[in-house]
Ligand binder design. Structure first.
Ligand code: PLP
Length: 322
């Protein structure tokens, strides 16, 4: 049984390495605890080097709170009132002595996505939470010290988190780091230090094989651009009936958020959600902290699904615009 599990993990690992073009000096770990577990694992594994971390973002602010339990956190830019933009690079305060720089590539709640990999001071490892845009585009792994993502958005079901870590960052955790969060221990044991989430890992293997058959990450990227363009197109042509508050350059390809009715009207949004649901267009309610509508168009959502939503949005606009 253990041998079988081991073979399965190694097979999926190989699939993963091939798809992501992961350089040989990186380890791929399959761990538990979700993205939230990594909010703690990252500082616990990396902070011993200088005890400081640079962070920014909304999910990042949760990560920052967790990291501050283990060392000093420097916010790269002051906490924003609303996360609808990525501040100009010239305003960032990056510390060349930091143990790492941390960011979240796609802020799932507000629909804000980095369309580039941030530059950081030489020698400072870059750490990225890709939980909600993992496998939606090709990524140059060699620019990162650590990349992690929960499987449940683009590569499987909840229960497993994939961590890609550069080998030189293994082996100097803080003394309080629990064994299950210790990248070095997990790497040494090929992700089998404790009982792995076998079913969730199996599903990741199936999804990766599907991504490969469909044309790989380039094709996932092409589809994401096509799907998000369709939705932003309907929003932008609606003359304010639908509005997306995010700076155009930072708009997410994964989570398209918008308000319905000028300024956002709760009753119209409730109608929008119930009428959409009646047509089988489900889970469109925005995150409770921001309200409105959120269309999460992960890899499993097809262009035809998005086309149907766009048609519904046009019909709803005609019926409700004053
Ligand atoms: N990071 C991002 C970008 C997320 O979207 C989420 C959850 O939606 C998390 C972290 C937290 O992940 P988990 O619920 O797996 O702990």
């Amino acid at each position: 049984m253990t041998q079988q599990r081991n073979r399965n993990i190694q097979g999926i690992n190989t699939e993963f390495l091939g798809l992501r073009n992961v350089p040989a000096n990186y380890k791929v770990l399959f761990v538990q605890g979700g993205g939230t577990g990594q909010f703690a694992a990252v500082p616990l594994n990396l902070m011993s080097r200088t005890g400081k971390a640079d962070l920014h973002g909304s999910w990042s602010s949760k990560a920052a709170k967790e990291a501050s339990k283990y060392g000093a956190v420097n916010l790269v830019f002051p906490k924003l009132e609303k996360y609808t933009t990525i501040p100009e690079k010239s305003t960032w305060k990056l510390d060349p002595e930091a143990a790492y720089v941390y960011y979240c590539a796609n802020e799932t709640v507000e629909g804000v996505e980095f369309q580039y990999v941030p530059e950081v001071p030489q020698g400072v490892p870059l750490v990225c939470d890709m939980s909600s845009n993992f496998f939606s585009r090709p990524v140059d792994v060699s620019k990162f010290g650590v990349i992690y993502g929960g499987a449940q958005k683009n590569i499987g079901c909840s229960g497993v988190t994939v961590v890609v870590v550069r080998e030189d960052l293994l082996g100097c955790p803080l003394p309080v780091c629990p064994a299950v969060l210790d990248y070095g221990i997990m790497a040494k044991n090929k992700s089998l230090y404790n009982t792995p989430p076998t079913f969730a890992i199996h599903v990741v293997g199936e999804v990766l094989a599907w991504v490969k058959r469909e044309g790989g990450l380039e094709e996932m990227q092409r589809r994401s651009i096509e799907k998000s363009k369709m939705l932003y197109g309907v929003i932008d042509e609606s003359a304010g009936f639908y509005n997306n508050p995010v700076d155009v350059a930072a708009r997410s390809r994964m989570n398209v958020v918008f308000r319905v009715g000028e300024g956002g009207k709760d009753d119209l949004e409730a109608n929008f959600i119930s009428q959409a649901a009646a047509q089988g267009l489900l889970s469109l309610k925005g995150h409770r902290s921001v309200g409105g509508i959120r269309a999460s168009i992960y890899n499993a959502i097809t262009s035809d699904d998005v086309r149907r939503l766009c048609e519904f949005m046009r019909t709803f606009l005609k019926a409700n615009k004053l």
